[in-house]
Design a protein around this ligand. Structure first.
Ligand code: ZN
Length: 411
């Protein structure tokens, strides 16, 4: 039990029974108070795809989920590969958004996997890290050069590991389910060979690499092994991989269509183990909105890969990891606060005096049913729809201002 005093948007004091006059008191006894959650993997779709999401809807969705800082992926139209686009994202998200939005720059121009972006210039404009997410960098030479250049400016490359030659038009995890439903499978090696390649390249160049959305057991082993050798590799898992497997695809619903594909129960268990032993550092959402019209296309050939998760991420991880006593609430919250802040060099993710009062209050016992129709997000492609979760953000605050209370946006 403690009090937190907030003045001018910053934390000014933390202690037992702080007494001040003229202060608004928010009583959250019985609940968990934590640094506002940081999502290092959000697709906010602006510029280019306002029918899927925009800064207003995406950041309101974040606020409901307890997130106060989002790293916006650059696979927009135009791609965020130039200082002008970085500045656009910063300015527009500030105007329309209600949480902090920090832009990624792409690694290669137009995410074409060939020519590197002007790394120093985009960082000076405000990009906090680099990613070609959505696209793999198939050319190892380009990846090696990108790692070398990113090292000079001490920035992280967040990589989408997929060998498109191995994916080869696959739709879901290759295995019993893909054969049973008659859909072309994606072998786990599509991901794992690229995870292996990028760990080796990071080792050789002594650079930092962050593996996005780890999906299979073999990748977890490779990352664990790389860390043991001292490679500067970090990794994230997305909440949906902790409660969904390829068995959910028996009915071929496109809200479960994603890359990397949902794996087997063994993959799911390996991801949980990776989180609990620190092999996987971060939980991030990979919130990827698509319209119903897009997702209603033919399952195998038309429906895009991707799903949303900002409003359910916390509930899913608390349900799977904390309510089951698999991990402590503080260990889970580290993967959503101080770990992403440390890895990406952000001055966030802690409750300390002098820091921005970005705070989430969590009700661990709140049981709720996910109803995607009620989301703040513009999109509905959520694999958690209809599920019962335990644990939810109760209140979200950015720079001392309450923006969400009991599920309702209050700004
Ligand atoms: Zn990706």
């Amino acid at each position: 039990m403690a009090d937190i005093l907030i003045e001018d948007g910053k934390i000014s004091s933390i202690g037992e029974s702080i007494t001040v006059t003229d202060a608004e008191v928010i009583d959250v006894s019985g609940k968990v108070v934590a640094p506002g959650l940081i999502d290092v993997h959000a697709h906010l779709r602006d510029p280019g795809f306002p029918e899927r999401e925009d800064f207003r809807s995406g950041t309101r969705s974040a606020a409901v989920g307890g997130f106060t800082t989002l790293l916006a992926m650059p696979n927009t139209n135009p791609v965020c590969d130039h200082p002008v686009v970085v500045e656009y994202v910063l300015a527009k998200s500030k105007r329309e958004g209600i949480v902090n939005v920090l832009p990624y720059s792409s690694i290669t121009v137009g995410q074409q996997g060939e020519k590197l972006v002007p790394m120093k210039a985009v960082v000076e404009a405000g990009a906090v890290a680099f990613s070609d997410d959505g696209q793999p960098i198939m050319n190892g030479g380009v990846m090696r050069e990108a790692l070398t250049q990113a090292k000079e400016i001490d920035k992280v490359l967040a990589v989408h590991c997929e060998d498109r030659g191995i994916t080869a038009g696959g739709v879901i995890n290759e295995g019993y389910v893909s054969r049973r439903v008659g859909v072309k499978g994606i072998p786990y090696t599509s991901e794992a060979v690229m995870v292996g390649r990028d760990i080796l390249l990071a080792e050789e160049t002594a650079s930092k690499v962050h593996i996005c959305h780890v999906g299979c057991a073999r990748s977890v082993e490779l990352i664990r092994e790389g860390k043991k050798r001292g490679v500067q590799v970090t990794a994230e898992v997305n909440p949906h991989y902790l409660n969904t497997t390829d068995e959910n695809l028996e009915t071929c619903q496109s809200r479960f269509k994603i890359k990397p594909p949902f794996g087997t129960r063994a993959d799911l268990e390996a991801l949980k183990e990776g989180l609990s032993d620190g092999t996987i550092d971060i939980i991030a959402t990979d919130h990827a909105p698509y319209t119903n019209a897009e997702k209603q296309g033919d399952f195998a050939t038309e429906a895009p890969f991707g799903l949303i998760g900002l409003e359910t991420a916390l509930g899913v991880v608390l349900t799977e990891l904390v309510a089951t006593n698999y991990m402590s609430v503080s260990d889970v919250l580290k993967t959503l606060t101080c770990n992403p802040a440390r890895i990406f060099g952000l001055d966030k993710g802690t409750l300390s005096i002098g820091k921005d009062a970005d705070i989430v209050v969590i009700d661990l016992d709140h049981e709720w049913f996910v109803d995607a129709e009620k989301f703040q997000s513009k999109s509905r492609n959520c694999p958690q729809h209809g599920r019962r979760l335990r644990g939810k953000a109760f209140l979200t605050m950015v720079k001392g201002q309450v923006i969400m209370r009991e599920g309702t946006i209050v700004v």
